[in-house]
Design a protein around this ligand. Structure first.
Ligand code: PLP
Length: 453
């Protein structure tokens, strides 16, 4: 059915622009109602790991809905059991307890609450504060917004964010390209990690329950990893020293995006809690959760207590069946390994773009890649905010049938631009060639246009 622009606008929440109408998806491609194909180079917001349009996932959903469409969380439904079994096979030793939600925000919120309750069960009721880092995004609920640090998303709700979190200064982020402390690695000796200890001492260690961070920061910074595994080892040590629960937000990076099941494994550090969402069901169903170290949940079990958070759609049988099927496909087709291999290929190809005058830094691991766009390659200075480079490049790539995601790191003047690529792991080399070639042409062209402004 083709609808007029007026009809499309009337059916939107906001009525500022007519949205594209996607009719179908297959592999790394989305097709619009006019039959034009677009390369989905970020799988939407870094969600689609196995590719679009897998009919075997649809068959699984059909079968689950026809046999058992809903049951309260807590019952032993086969699809729940199978998904948990599959997740347990991927998690580090000693991390076998899986709690489920529907989206990333719900899962982070669950993990934060679980951390606070764990401190209570452990006899530390005064530990209730959450520390997060600068330039971090952990979700859109009030609590998760508080734990993160994305000024534009928090701004309308500042008065509502809990004071206890709101008044806490975030820990320095680990971003060597835009070091918040104005230092340089390795001379800095990871002062940004030490800042966690400074913040803990400022708040009072007896009041801090948990610290949350993404092992590789995706949207909030445009794919930024620490310069050495030593960073997260230091973080782990500091958390241990003060009985603080370390939560790795792997909503984006979990389930193979960076070439290992979980990105924390690159740093050889065991978090207390890993939060997951997007890739677990590859966008085929709303599904998320967190994985906790067994030792933490044992404390509840030994005390006869339960984690006190439940959503109607937690452990939804259909979402779990879809998640289990997606993970079966990941396993049978070796897609985590493929994410590593195709990610390496993509990374090598992208290196050719470093000659383009507006390409500042190329970053990433596996199929999660970031490109920093700058006005000056030498200094890394960004273009003025009014050019709105990130959105401009997005518009021009869209005209060339490429979809990608944006990074949100900005300086105090609102300047900064990052592009994010996170293609489905099934992407072919020829598709990567096309993507990088088009990207190169557009960045070249836009660079020339900005110089004339
Ligand atoms: C690192 C991280 N955490 C949490 C979230 C929130 O997930 P959701 O949008 O599914 O609520 C996101 C969303 O992009 C994210 O990138």
């Amino acid at each position: 059915m083709t609808r007029s622009d007026a009809e499309l606008l009337n059916l939107q929440f906001h009525r500022q622009t007519v949205p594209p109408v996607w009719s179908s998806g297959e592999g790394v491609w989305l097709t619009n109602e006019g039959g034009e194909r677009y390369l989905d180079a970020s799988g939407g917001p870094m969600v689609v790991n196995i590719g679009h349009g897998r009919s075997e996932v649809a068959d699984t959903a059909h079968k689950q809905i026809s046999t058992l469409s809903y049951a309260m969380p807590g019952y032993a439904i086969e699809s729940r059991l199978e998904l948990t079994e599959r997740i347990q096979k991927l998690t580090p030793n000693g991390m076998d307890r899986v709690w489920y939600g529907s989206g990333g925000s719900e899962a982070v919120e669950g993990a934060l609450k679980f951390a606070i309750q764990t401190q209570q069960v452990s006899g530390r009721p005064d530990k209730f504060k959450i520390l997060g880092r600068q330039n971090a995004y952990h979700g859109s609920t009030l609590f998760t917004l508080s734990a993160g640090d994305m000024p534009e998303r928090r701004a309308p709700y500042l008065k509502l964010l809990p004071d206890v979190v709101q008044d806490i200064q975030p820990v320095a982020d680990c971003n060597c390209y835009h070091c918040p402390l104005g230092l340089e690695f390795p001379n800095c000796e990871l002062a940004c990690a030490d800042d966690l200890e400074t913040r803990i001492l400022a708040e009072g260690p007896e009041t801090v329950a948990a610290f949350i961070a993404e092992p590789i920061v995706a949207a909030a910074a445009g794919v930024v990893a620490p310069p050495t595994p030593e960073y997260f080892r230091k973080i782990r040590e500091i958390c241990d020293k003060y009985d603080i629960i370390f939560i790795a937000d792997e909503v984006v990076t979990g389930f193979g995006r960076t070439g290992l099941p979980f990105a924390s494994q690159h740093w050889d550090v065991l978090p207390d809690i890993i939060v997951f969402a997007k890739g677990v069901a590859s966008g085929y169903a709303p599904l998320s959760g967190f994985i906790a170290q067994d030792a933490l949940v044992d404390r509840f079990d030994n005390a006869g207590q339960r984690f006190n958070t439940l959503f109607t759609y937690s452990e939804h049988p259909v979402s779990c069946a879809i998640g289990a099927k997606v993970q079966e496909i990941m396993d049978e087709e070796n897609l985590i390994q493929r994410s590593a291999q195709m990610g390496d290929y993509l990374g090598r190809k992208l290196e050719a773009l470093s000659d383009i005058s507006i390409v500042g830094e190329l970053r990433g691991q596996g199929t999660l890649r970031g490109i920093e766009i700058v006005a000056n390659q030498e200094t890394g200075d960004p273009f003025p905010a009014d050019i709105n480079v990130a959105v401009d490049v997005q518009k021009h790539l869209y005209k060339r049938n490429i979809l990608h995601y944006l990074g949100y790191w900005r300086d105090d003047l609102g300047q900064g631009a990052q592009l994010i690529l996170a293609p489905p792991f099934v992407i072919e080399e020829s598709e990567i060639d096309l993507l990088v070639e088009t990207l190169g042409e557009v960045l070249d062209d836009r660079g020339a246009a900005y110089r004339k402004m």
